[in-house]
Design a protein around this ligand. Structure first.
Ligand code: PAF
Length: 277
């Protein structure tokens, strides 16, 4: 596995890859876990040459403490990427990614205004900026993102519709007790970690039972179940159309997802489930 730190080195290495090779890309912020490994596995399976990046992108953090505390585990990250067959890893510094001024504005059709966009103002501006910069640098044919970050995946799909990148969504990977894998899980204090499966259990309950409830009642019931432990503070619970992310008040035949954000002490966790498809 080749490791490079600059876009110039990266592009030099990629220029040696045959033109007809499908380049698959997995952008990450490091602190890799099995969820990332599964993205690499998808990329290896669906492409001829797999590139990953490890870059904790400062512009998508709207809280300086969150950025500072974000876990960094570069040695074990490299080991995992190698084990899973990644061909090339790009580990840039901030200047290498943000090397030019550019006004990057994409109208995201409101996808960035709800849920995470409402509670983390500016977050998706940072995500869209960095992903488009990374796409410009790596020029992948395919890029792989987890369905756990459901809103991020929708936004990246939307922003990529005119770029020549096929955005592939990959299923959420869960711990044995159902907690969605996330780099933030390693920051959870034990007492929160012990109870955190209630988030997925509540979503799963919603999937099995939503037909018997009005949308507002369902959200209330999920909130009750998550809060019952006395450990978690729910930031939002939303039921949205999967394509538009528009909140629904009444059930529809369109695909819908139920999305939640929850505070476990200082750690913020998100998760979602497909309800009717
Ligand atoms: O999902 C993430 O880890 C990040 O938001 C991403 C896509 C790597 C951009 O920094």
């Amino acid at each position: 596995m080749i490791v490079v730190k600059t876009r110039v080195e990266l592009q030099e290495k990629l220029s040696r890859v045959a033109d007809d090779c499908v380049v698959g890309f997995v952008p990450t912020m490091g602190a890799l876990h099995n969820g990332h490994c599964s993205l690499i596995d998808f990329a290896v399976k669906e492409s001829d040459y797999t590139v990953a990046s490890i870059f904790v992108n400062p512009t998508q953090f709207n809280d300086a403490n969150d950025l500072e505390n974000y876990p960094r585990t570069i040695e074990s990250d490299l080991e995992l990427l190698k084990q899973h067959g990644c061909d090339l890893v790009y580990i840039p510094n901030v200047d290498d990614v943000y090397y030019n001024e550019r006004s990057f504005f994409v109208d995201l059709n409101g996808l960035d205004k709800v849920m995470e966009g409402e509670f983390r103002p500016g977050h998706f501006d940072g995500v869209v900026d960095v992903v488009s910069r990374l796409f410009d640098i790596v020029k992948p044919d395919k890029a792989f993102f987890g369905e756990k970050d459901f809103q991020q995946l929708s936004i990246i799909r939307y922003m990529s519709r005119d770029l020549n990148v096929d955005v592939v969504g990959c299923p959420t990977v869960r711990e044995n007790d159902g907690l969605a894998m996330s780099s933030r899980n390693m920051l959870l204090e034990k007492s929160y970690r012990d109870e955190a499966s209630v988030i997925y259990k509540s979503l799963n309950w919603a999937k099995d039972n939503y037909k018997g409830f009005a949308v507002s009642e369902l959200k209330e019931e999920i909130g009750k179940r998550i809060s019952e432990t006395g450990k978690f503070i729910v930031e939002y619970i939303n039921v949205v159309e999967s394509d538009t992310l528009i909140s629904i008040d009444e059930w529809t035949d369109n695909n819908v997802n139920c999305c939640v954000a929850v505070y476990a002490g200082k750690v913020r966790l998100i998760d979602n489930i497909k309800l009717n498809y």
